[in-house]
Design a protein around this ligand. Sequence first.
Ligand code: ADP
Ligand code: MG
Length: 240
Amino acid sequence: AAEPEPLLSTDALRKEFGGLVATDDVSLTVSPGERRCLIGPNGAGKSTLVSLITGQLDPTAGSIRFAGEGIDGLSPHERVDRGLSVKFQVPSVYGEFSTRENLRLALQRRQSGEALKEAIDASLERFDLTEEAGIRADALSHGEKQRLEIAMASALDPALLLLDEPVAGLSVEETERIADLLIELNESAGVALLVIEHDMAFVRAIAERVTVLHQGSILTEGEMEAVANDPTVRDVYLGE
Ligand code: ADP
Ligand code: MG
C-alpha cells in the first residue's frame, strides 16, 4: 500500500547566516497525528529549523510542504491559518493581560460571543488554569506560563504543534504535567507534535520517534531506545 502523505515534509532545507551553515540539507517528515521529538546539542540548528518551518526565517535553499501543499511563499500568519502552530523558545504571553485575556486574544480569531466564552473556559479547564484565570500573565509561575502558551498555541485546533523547549527550567512535577497535557492533546484532538527538548525523561515520555540533529544535519532517526543506545549519538552528547 502507498504510504499516507506526510503532514509536514522539509526537502533539503538549508539556512546560512553569513558564512555559518545553521541547517544543512534537512529532509524531515512528520506524519499526521505523530508525536516526534527533535533533539541535539546546543547550536545543532533546532531552533533555526523551527523558524524555517513557521516562516519566521526564509531558507537559503530547499522547500517545505504542509498538509499537501507547498508553503514556501506563505507568511507565518498564513501558516498558522493552515494549521501549523508554534510555541517558541522565548515566552510570548502578554504579561500585562490576565490569563483569561491572553486566551481570549488567541481564540477570538475563530470565535465570538457565547462560543468564545465557552472555548476560553474549556481551554482554562484543559490546561488546568481555571484558578489562575484572573491573574496577570507576568505573575504566573514559569510552569503556568508555559501551560498558558501551549493553550494559546493550540487554540486554533492546529494539525501540527511545534514546541521549542516547553519544559526547560521546570520542576519534575511541572514537566510531567506538561507531558500528560501534550499526550492528551495528541490523543484526543489528533494534534501532531514536533517537540524540541533536552530533558530526556520528557522526551522518553512523549516521543514515538526521535530525530537527532547535529551540526545542522540529521544524524539519525528512530525509536527512543534505539536512538539512546546509538554510539554516534552518545559521542555527539559527550563531545558537547
Ligand atoms: P539550537 O536551537 O539547536 O541550539 P540554533 O538553531 O539556535 O541551534 O543555532 C544554530 C546555529 O546557527 C548556531 O551556531 C547559532 O549561533 C547560529 N544562529 C542561529 N540564529 C542565528 C542568527 N539569527 N544569526 C546568526 N547566526 C545564528
Ligand atoms: Mg534552540
